[in-house]
Write a new protein. Structure first.
Length: 625
């Protein structure tokens, strides 16, 4: 009763704190621009934010998050965990269906659809970017995946493995069970992710290689809150409320109209002022102008901080860029720790962050790679465990340390045959409104401090569409800001950008001898093996072991923590505190549960709503004690 009353009061406070809803029950259209086109509708294989935003709204998962981060039923109405902690059994709700892009009934969603999806993800030829989430945790998944790998020429094909040995079973049409390799306390948080979405076997077979192609809206089925009713690549995307949706009463925006424009970040503020769109990214320069104008000041409010994505600078240990940028010389430089530390200590992260947050840039900076609040154990944030271990405390810029590292690097690299200045190819995505300027700030800092006779930073724009595939995943950079969106609530998740097989900095190709142990294995990988061998029941030792591994990357300047890129102001007719909330998974991508406001939320209204949200969050925590 206490929790019900607190929730009712919180909702009332939120309604009082923000403008009235604009829409009637049948007509609420949310209009935006976008500049980055998606490359696929295949939600089972994708790993990009743009594509997650599509799949999260058209396909549901077994569980989802509420506005306070709680895991709540979605396609599954209930679940239970076995006494040994290994098996999770989910019961699907009644009335969940697959429909086509025009809303026509296709089939019921059944437990078998989750089994079909798992087998698809675990088939190596499908190249699912998130297959590791299954192979690392589900019983038998790794063995099955390896059995599907296509052998190199001259190699024998792997022994076949029966998929029935994998820990995902449909017990009947309404019941699906997952069995993990060990007890996984955070398993539920994994299920709010694309690789655990269902797929209909009949439709998958009908589509064959066409499944999920970004050629039209008919290559996938729909069981989520919206239908992708129109899809014209590099022209428009239109989402329409799925009237057959099991939770349609909580889908308040009836249509989302997204229009492609490669200059979206530049054009959207003026189009917003003209009433042509309902949301716009506001750069610091524009924010300052609008805040000084009484007629415009109430049109914007701060961007909500969620901490879902961690940003960090990567050194690429396997450069695959053009000879003009001297990849072989870069290989010598990047495998010299003093060279990396000269850049590590030379970057003034506060100055770099002023590009997106001129007022309080310090608030966006993290000294760990893992964001805060992913895991808090016995009152201590895991991120603090990392920074406690780090033996290089000067994560704020240090001219003295940077110059000392530079001088040592010059001596060592000259002996190794490197030439100076070392060319440092720094790529960026031009669809970002501030990335190019941020690169210029970093270039000025580093070249100004270290000298243009030591480094030559070359800033180059990549493509606005397909940037990850063309640049980062292809290794066409030397030094670049990268990010990782956490998929579930555990620090192990933050290790993936640096593991064998990653396409972030290709750390597995490092040749620096003292990065390796006597067994010939990179020390970082041995640290990960140690952490992974600790039982999830032994949380204190396990978190400490992962913190030691993360601190190793920082101490040896393999990556430079940078923090959050969510900052500044936005103009938007949505209330950010109505949206699903979580620092991991797909919660932040969904429109379900949000209303279209009569007018944009002002800064004062934002903070009123934020205070009401915090109060309800505290009430829920008190009720749980």
């Amino acid at each position: 009763m206490k929790k019900t009353l607190a929730l009712a009061l919180s909702v009332l406070m939120l309604l009082m704190a923000v403008p009235a809803f604009a829409e009637s029950a049948d007509d609420a259209v949310y209009r935006t621009l976008y500049s980055g086109e998606i490359g696929t509708l295949n939600y089972l294989t994708t790993g990009t934010t743009n594509e997650f935003t599509v799949s999260a709204n058209i396909i549901d998962t077994l569980v989802e998050r509420d506005a306070y981060g709680n895991i709540v039923p979605c396609l599954a109405e209930s679940w239970q965990q076995s006494e040994d902690g290994l098996t999770w059994t989910f019961t699907l709700r009644d009335g969940i269906t697959w429909v086509t892009a025009d809303g026509a009934y296709y089939a019921d969603v059944t437990a078998y659809d989750f089994v079909t999806a798992a087998q698809y993800v675990l088939t190596a030829a499908n190249d699912a970017s998130n297959a590791w989430i299954l192979t690392d945790y589900l019983e038998g998944a790794e063995a099955y995946f390896e059995s599907t790998e296509i052998p190199e020429e001259g190699e024998e094909a792997p022994e076949p493995v029966d998929f029935a040995t994998v820990g995902v079973k449909a017990l009947d049409e309404k019941t699906v069970a997952y069995t993990t390799t060990q007890p996984i306390p955070f398993f539920l948080s994994m299920l709010d992710y694309s690789c655990y979405m269902p797929v209909n076997a009949k439709f998958l077979e009908e589509q064959g290689e066409n499944f999920g192609l970004a050629t039209g809206n008919d290559t996938v089925l729909y069981c989520g809150a919206y239908l992708l009713s129109e899809f014209k690549p590099q022209e428009s995307r239109v989402y329409t409320k799925n009237e057959s949706y099991w939770d349609a009463e909580h889908v308040y925006i009836t249509k989302i109209q997204q229009t492609y424009n490669k200059e979206a970040s530049t054009l959207s503020p003026e189009m917003y002022l003209r009433g042509e769109i309902d949301a716009a990214d506001i750069t610091p320069t524009i924010a300052a102008e609008w805040l000084a104008d009484p007629e415009k000041a109430d049109l914007i409010h701060p961007v909500r901080q969620i901490g879902q994505y961690s940003y960090f600078f990567c050194f690429n240990f396997d450069p695959r860029f053009d000879e003009a940028y001297e990849p072989e010389n870069w290989k010598l430089a990047v495998n010299n720790e003093n060279f990396r530390k000269s850049l590590f200590f030379g970057i003034d992260r506060v100055k770099a962050k002023t590009v997106i947050e001129p007022d309080n840039p310090e608030d966006l900076i993290w000294d760990s790679l893992t964001p805060a609040s992913i895991v808090v154990y016995e009152g201590k944030d895991y991120a603090e465990m990392v920074t406690d271990i780090a033996d290089e405390p000067a994560l704020t810029s240090s001219d003295e340390l940077a110059l000392a590292a530079r001088d040592a690097a010059i001596t060592e690299l000259t002996e190794a045959g490197a030439t100076f200045p070392v060319k440092v190819l720094m790529s960026y995505n031009p669809s970002s409104s501030t990335w190019a300027e941020e690169c210029q700030v970093v270039e000025q800092q580093l070249e100004g401090l270290l000298g243009t006779d030591y480094i030559d930073i070359v800033i180059e724009a990549g493509p606005s569409t397909g940037f990850l595939k063309e640049i980062r995943r292809s290794g066409k950079y030397a030094f670049m800001k990268c990010n990782w969106g956490l998929d579930y609530d555990d620090p192990e998740n933050m290790t993936n950008p640096f593991k064998d097989g990653n396409n972030y900095n290709f750390f597995v190709n490092a040749t620096q001898p003292d990065l390796y142990d006597e067994d010939g294995v990179l020390t970082y990988f041995n640290l990960l093996d140690k952490a992974a061998s600790i039982s999830t029941f032994d949380a204190a030792d396990r978190y400490q072991a992962y913190a030691e591994a993360e601190a190793y990357l920082i101490n040896h300047a393999v990556a430079i923590p940078f923090g959050s890129d969510t900052a500044g102001y936005t103009a938007n007719r949505l209330n950010p505190f109505e949206s699903q909330f979580a620092p991991t998974g797909l919660a932040d991508c969904r429109y379900k549960g949000q209303h279209l406001l009569d007018k944009p939320m002002s800064t004062d209204e934002y903070y009123d709503a934020y205070d009401a949200w915090l109060e309800e969050l505290a009430n829920q925590g008190a009720d749980a004690e």
